[in-house]
Design a binder for this molecule. Structure first.
Ligand SMILES: Cc1cc2nc3c(=O)[nH]c(=O)nc-3n(C[C@H](O)[C@H](O)[C@H](O)COP(=O)(O)OP(=O)(O)OC[C@H]3O[C@@H](n4cnc5c(N)ncnc54)[C@H](O)[C@@H]3O)c2cc1C
Length: 493
């Protein structure tokens, strides 16, 4: 394991000298060491341990960042890249202090949208809300795929962490939808990866159309949680906006029946998205504070998004979906197909927030604490996962919030037990963490692979992963970041 250094940043250079250099690079108004400015970067909504940074800087361009990286590499000062801190994994908490680089404030330009080749070239700070508004105004024929994350969370932060969004049943991980990135490595060099790799200095904005077929260096920066370099540009794929779109709601009776919908409906290849939530989550979404399931109530609800270019194509897709649900019911499942528009009108219009993305799901963010075990999961284990995790939730007297998704036509799934809690209430973090840890152990034993992993989770993973993988991981990290300056502490580096 990479040695966890107790850093003594200011043994070789004084804090005043660091401050002076940062002001030189970014200008005094874009550098702060005030506790009041730093505090909000020291924690996130999870129960991950708090840690203060020493400085926050607000970059405007990559030239400043090259200077910063060279300086920090010389003096072994940690750099923590930050967009809006909405990763729900403690990933931007500066475990070893150092400098927060806040991309969200000024490096947030939509540089180019290519209508022909359907991609958007973005600076790291662009948010989902911003991209959606821009496309609606300037390219109403194109669309993007959105997560349940708030509109103020970052698009690039999401794709470089392999996000799962509302077209993931069709597309799979959002990491697969990256065409190209520009990245600054520890020596201060700028590399462009993807079809944008031709040319010495700047690449033509129209050259960011493919990730392949050269050796795929993108993997050195995806899912590394900012540990291998600073991404300064990223091209993400867009898709033609469908003329017809409808969301169907399948309600299931029987704790694990929903798993078969994710698998069977997913593999029909007709849905853009299939997300399923336990009935407790449905109640949470309409503001029931401590929701529980009563006898006789359905166990899960699955939202299935279907889109099409023509009415006929839509009807054909719908027919396939209805036939799949009929088939499952004939095999003994108990599934009720409903019109989600009717349902939301009858039940609560709040439900629409889950349908019309991007949206702020107030029920998820209104508590001071939010944490989860988010994982890529083997689809054939979903029943076992639901049963075991539901029991753990009940044992800890915590509402059984389970969220799942079918990925890439059900080649795999997302399994995510969720908890929201009062972060500042005595004993609550410990209580929820105990439950989360038990869920983590159970899910990892069943083969789930957690994403956006906090360090306490990667400690567990390290005990399970084959030594060859771990050694290769360490070698690559040491090679790309020999002084361990990029977001140190992640994956226990
Ligand atoms: C309520 C809620 C619901 C959510 N639902 C979903 C969901 O359904 N699906 C889903 O996929 N996600 C979901 N998320 C997570 C969220 O979408 C993404 O993780 C998010 O978009 C990234 O957050 P951010 O932009 O704030 O990045 P940050 O949290 O600021 O950063 C994310 C990571 O990227 C690194 N990083 C940031 N900038 C750079 C850079 N320029 N170069 C290199 N590394 C960098 C950071 O160090 C950190 O490790 C949800 C989050 C919330 C709060």
């Amino acid at each position: 394991m990479t040695s966890i250094k107790e850093r003594k940043i200011y043994d070789n250079i004084s804090k005043e000298e660091v401050k002076a250099r940062l002001r030189e690079i970014f200008g005094a108004s874009n550098v702060s060491e005030k506790q009041v400015d730093l505090y909000s970067y020291s924690y996130d909504m999870t129960e991950c341990a708090q840690h203060m940074p020493d400085f926050v800087v607000i970059p405007e361009n990559k030239e400043q960042l090259v200077e910063l990286v060279k300086f920090c590499n010389n003096h072994v000062i940690p750099i923590v890249p930050y967009i809006s801190g909405n990763n729900v994994g403690g990933l931007t908490i500066p475990e070893q202090g150092g400098i927060i680089v806040d991309f969200g404030k000024k490096m947030n330009k939509i540089i180019h949208v290519d209508d022909n080749m359907m991609y958007a070239l973005l600076e790291p700070g662009v948010t989902f809300g911003q991209l959606e508004k821009y496309l609606e105004e300037h390219f109403p024929n194109l669309c993007y795929s959105y997560p349940f994350a708030p509109p103020y969370a970052g698009v690039v932060g999401n794709v470089i962490l392999s996000g799962m969004n509302n077209m993931s049943c069709k597309l799979g991980s959002m990491g697969d939808s990256i065409n190209g990135i520009e990245v600054i490595t520890a020596d201060g060099e700028i590399a462009r990866i993807g079809s944008c790799f031709y040319g010495k200095n700047e690449a033509d904005v129209k050259s960011w159309w493919s990730r392949y077929p050269m050796p795929d260096l993108m993997g050195l920066f995806i899912n590394w949680q900012g540990m291998t370099g600073l991404v300064t540009k990223c091209a993400v794929q867009l898709w033609p906006k469908p003329k017809f779109k409808k969301i169907f709601l399948a309600v299931t009776f029987g704790l694990t029946d929903v798993a078969s919908i994710l698998r069977e409906a997913g593999r029909t290849d007709v849905a853009d998205d299939i997300s399923a939530v336990s009935v407790e989550v449905v109640k949470m979404s309409v503001e029931v504070p401590e929701p529980i399931k009563y006898p006789g109530e359905p166990d899960f609800a699955a939202l299935m998004v279907i889109s099409a270019k023509t009415k006929n194509q839509f009807e054909a897709k719908k027919e396939i979906l209805v036939e799949t649900i009929d088939y499952l019911n004939k095999k003994g499942k108990n599934i009720l197909l409903a019109d989600v528009d009717e349902f939301s009108r009858l039940f609560s219009l709040r439900v629409r927030c889950y349908l019309d993305l991007p949206a702020a799901l107030l029920s998820l963010v209104e508590y001071s604490g939010l944490t989860w075990f988010g994982s890529y999961a083997p689809s054939h284990k979903l029943e076992e996962l639901i049963e075991k995790v539901d029991k753990i939730f009940h044992k800890h007297e915590i509402p059984s919030f389970i969220y799942m998704k079918s990925m890439k036509s059900s080649h795999y799934s997302i399994f995510r037990p969720i908890m929201r809690y009062m972060k500042f209430k005595e004993g609550e973090e410990e209580r929820y963490h105990a439950c989360l840890e038990e869920i983590t152990d159970t899910c990892i034993d069943l083969g789930c692979i957690p994403y956006k992993t906090p360090a306490w989770m990667t400690t567990k993973l390290r005990e399970k992963i084959n030594p060859g993988w771990l050694n290769l991981f360490e070698k690559i990290k040491n090679c790309l970041d020999p002084n361990n300056i990029f977001n140190p502490g992640r994956w226990n580096t």
